[in-house]
Design a protein. Structure first.
Length: 331
């Protein structure tokens, strides 16, 4: 460089045309042998436009940076201005080429920046840039389940339409039939008359709804009081005017349970009726607290107030056999 700030006559070393440090030679755009148009066309059309755009922009930026240093090298003379102008024109040409990407055929190819995205992704990106941010109906998500078109059940809740019908509760099991009273022959060593009186006691108790234990207590009590015979009283002549199976002499006691009219058990003529006498005994038994859990002899004594309270217990087994024969299967 001379002091007059003019360019020397020496020529700058020519730029290498066979290699570029920007990228490998196999990826350079248009780096084909000169004079071969077909190869030039192949090199331009087979390259990725977006990649070529990036490389050309980078090259333009480097040239612009290099031109900014020209005034320091050439000074402010005419040659420096000419060099800067030439460089600017070159940069403009590169930018124009980068924007249009014109191939050798003269047709302008716009880079497809969305080539890597599917149609759905393109639509979603467009939604992200819009103001309403609503996805087009034609690209509704595939995972969205269609609304049910099944009509609601008639008279039912529409929110429950299509659901399984509610299972009906299982029907309650039918109660087992009550054991029936039968007419068996005499059991447990009884005579026919004694067995008939036992049947009268059991039938009356069943009509009253008394449980099995109460009827066993009643039969055992009658076995102890009258030996299961309907007795009149020699002290009460009136009692002999009614059907009877013998005469007893225990004060004014009459009937199967030897009940006394003088103590409030009832009229004599009624106490001579086995059904009425049984009702009176069972009503009194049911008024005894906790009689179901008491020993048979204690329950019977609570009603009869006998002078021999322990004698009722000896009849429990036979009384149970009689009741079970009259009402079989009753437990």
């Amino acid at each position: 460089m001379r002091d007059d700030h003019t360019l020397d006559d020496q020529q700058l070393a020519p730029a290498s045309t066979g290699r570029s440090d920007e990228a490998p030679s196999s990826e350079q755009v248009g780096r084909t042998a000169p004079g071969n148009p077909e190869q030039a066309r192949q090199g331009l059309t087979d390259r990725n436009p977006s990649r070529a755009l990036t490389r050309l922009t980078t090259a333009g930026n480097r040239i612009a940076a290099a031109l900014r240093g020209v005034p320091k090298l050439l000074g402010d003379g005419e040659k420096a201005r000419v060099a800067i102008a030439a460089g600017a024109i070159c940069c403009l040409g590169l930018a124009s080429f980068a924007q249009t990407s014109t191939d050798v055929t003269g047709e302008t190819a716009q880079p497809d920046v969305f080539a890597a995205y599917s149609e759905r992704e393109v639509a979603e990106r467009a939604v992200d840039r819009s103001l309403d941010r609503s996805l087009p109906d034609t690209l509704a998500p595939e995972s969205a389940a269609p609304e049910s078109t099944a009509p609601a059940a008639e008279g039912g809740d529409p929110d429950l339409a299509g659901s399984e019908p509610a299972t009906e509760p299982a029907p309650e099991p039918e109660p087992e039939p009550e054991p029936q009273v039968v007419d068996p022959g005499p059991v447990a060593g009884l005579t026919a008359a004694q067995m008939d009186n036992a049947k009268a006691i059991v039938r009356t108790g069943r009509d009253m709804g008394v449980e099995r234990r109460g009827l066993i207590i009643a039969v055992a009590t009658a076995m102890q009081e009258s030996n299961l015979y309907n007795l009149a009283s020699g002290v009460v002549p009136e009692s002999t005017n009614h059907p009877n199976q013998g005469v007893g002499w225990d004060h004014d006691s009459v009937g199967l349970f030897q009940q006394r009219a003088s103590t409030g058990w009832g009229p004599v003529h009624k106490l001579m009726d086995p059904a009425y006498a049984t009702q009176q005994f069972l009503h009194a038994l049911q008024r005894v607290p906790g009689w179901q859990q008491m020993r048979l002899t204690a329950a019977a004594q609570a009603v009869q107030v006998s002078a021999y309270p322990d004698h009722y217990a000896k009849h429990e087994a036979r009384a149970t056999q009689v009741v079970d024969a009259i009402v079989p299967g009753w437990n």
